[in-house]
Design a protein around this ligand. Structure first.
Ligand SMILES: [Zn+2]
Length: 102
């Protein structure tokens, strides 16, 4: 239920090299590093599916592009949009940096 928990999860996924995207009402995830995605992370993805979809879907995405910076991303057919790893980190940094400067 907590947005903070969901953003923490997104940060962990970003660190693990996992990109999460929304396709309709489904969540897709894949590893950017080629490493297997830990089962525990996948379980948490599923636990937070509704929250993750809400975050990803609320961004007026451009199909096939990062919904934050607009960089073109290599998406599989059926995926609508994604967030590049840099923007994922930046967005989480803004959350964390509230009231703190730099
Ligand atoms: Zn981006």
């Amino acid at each position: 239920m907590s947005a903070t928990q969901t953003h923490d999860l997104l940060r962990e996924l970003s660190r693990a090299g996992v990109v999460v995207t929304a396709a309709g009402d489904r969540l897709h995830y894949r590893s950017e590093t080629g490493q297997p995605i830990p089962a525990a992370l996948i379980a948490r993805l599923r636990d937070h599916k509704a929250e993750l979809l809400a975050i990803l879907a609320g961004k007026c995405p451009q199909r096939g592009h990062c919904w934050t910076c607009g960089v073109r991303l290599p998406l599989e057919p059926g995926l609508l949009y994604a967030q590049c790893a840099e923007c994922a980190v930046a967005a989480l940094g803004r959350l964390r940096g509230r009231g703190g400067g730099a």
